[in-house]
Ligand binder design. Structure first.
Ligand SMILES: [Zn+2]
Length: 410
């Protein structure tokens, strides 16, 4: 059985936390000086682990194993959300390096190897998943030309140049090098903790469909415009949000979620009937049929509210990602490993959050594993997990990795 070294794993994880410490969390935006320092440190750690490590032209850190036999690719992301947590992404990257070391130390797997990856900008300071998408050949140079920072508008090209990455080649997946991809991550939700379980085996990563809805009315005086004569764009969209919340529970699946994440009224003053309103709306589910059901219901609700309101209402779909199914064989390997180390304390579950695994799943068998998040908190500096749970997760992953590699020889 592949055995991790818990002290070595935790020590690396704690060191990574020192790059951009903010309170008990980390502030490490993609391509910032501190982010690049952490990536260069990862190159050192991967090199020490016996991998040939480089940073590519989009900021991916990739360490390649010299093993001649079956190989797995493991990894996650290393940048954080603004004032984010210390484990989101970081844990999966350090797990990948520890797996490379643990497999190299296992006498029974000397022909096998693990490549480790820290993908760039999963968190979307510039563009979500740009590193993993680049690796699977899904990002053109023209797309890079058009991207800028969501915080301050810095062009991605300038950020890459400041980070010393301009002109470097972008790593591209070699067909047939891997049996597949595995990512470990904190759950970022309360399910495992609330059920006193230690491991979540991800079945699928949800699809997310996003919309922008614009209502156009007539801006007017809030004191002199009679209610019957108003074309109140704000009221139109609030009616729509209410209609969604009335109707969606009737058609929702068990883990469906939907969110009005933005609502802006123009000009936005107490004494003015809003002439323009903009709403941002999304829903998520792991089942494509459920997403289609929500989309049809949403279109109907927009039409119904528009028919009944003096404002004009238009809805535009901003994005529609498809759910990614995790590989059944990898799910079985993770479940079997969890059953070995924490019998009965694991479950299969969809991921409500997006992860690099959903990108890699487009091109190879992919599996994903969660450990519990304390209080279900993430995308916040207070995010944390029990160290004992981190170690359990590492050992479960190592056992699954060993199992998949050994079977990959056949
Ligand atoms: Zn993450």
């Amino acid at each position: 059985m592949v055995k991790i070294n818990p002290d070595r794993l935790l020590s690396d994880l704690r060191t990574l936390r020192t790059f951009g410490t903010y309170k008990t969390g980390v502030h490490r935006p993609t391509y910032s000086d501190i982010d690049m320092q952490s990536r260069r440190w990862l190159v050192e750690r991967m090199t020490d682990a016996g991998l040939t490590a480089t940073i590519d032209g989009i900021g991916n850190v990739i360490g390649r194993s010299p093993a001649p036999g079956p190989k797995l690719l493991l990894g996650s992301h290393v940048e954080t959300q603004p004032h984010g947590g210390w484990l989101d992404g970081a844990m999966g990257v350090i797990f990948a390096i520890e797996m490379a070391r643990a497999v190299a130390e296992d006498p029974a797997l000397q022909d096998c190897g693990v490549d480790a990856a820290a993908w760039a900008d999963e968190e979307g300071h510039y563009m979500s998943f740009i590193g993993s998408r680049s690796f699977i050949g899904d990002v053109t140079e023209a797309e890079i030309d058009g991207v800028e920072s969501k915080h301050d508008g810095t062009p991605l090209r300038d950020a890459l140049a400041s980070a010393g990455l301009a002109g470097l080649p972008r790593a591209v997946l070699e067909a047939d090098r891997y049996l597949g991809f595995l990512e470990a991550h904190i759950e970022q939700g309360p399910t495992l903790e609330s059920m006193a379980q230690k491991i979540g085996v991800v079945t699928s990563i949800v699809g997310t469909w996003q919309y922008e809805i614009i209502a156009e009315g007539i801006q007017n005086h809030a004191g002199t415009t009679a209610m019957s004569l108003r074309r109140d764009a704000g009221r139109a969209l609030i009616k729509l949000a209410h209609a969604i919340d009335q109707h969606f529970p009737e058609i929702a699946a068990e883990r469906s979620v939907w969110t009005v994440g933005g609502l802006r009224l123009e000009p936005g003053a107490p004494a003015i009937v809003p002439g323009l309103a903009r709403m941002l709306f999304q829903f998520r589910d792991a089942d494509p049929r459920q997403l289609a059901r929500f989309a049809a219901a949403f279109d109907d609700l927009v039409a119904a509210v528009a028919a009944d309101d003096p404002c004009s209402i238009t809805a535009k779909q901003l994005s529609a990602s498809t759910p990614s199914l995790m590989h059944p064989g990898f799910q079985d390997a993770l479940s079997a490993a969890a059953e070995q180390h924490v019998p009965g304390l694991h479950q299969r579950m969809p991921s409500g959050a997006g992860h690099d695994a959903q990108i890699l799943a487009n091109v190879m068998p992919t599996g994903m594993m969660f450990i519990p998040s304390i209080g279900g908190i993430s995308h916040h500096w207070s995010e944390d997990s029990d160290e004992a749970d981190i170690v359990i997760g590492g050992q479960v992953l190592a056992t699954a990795v060993g199992d998949i590699l050994a079977k990959g020889r056949a």
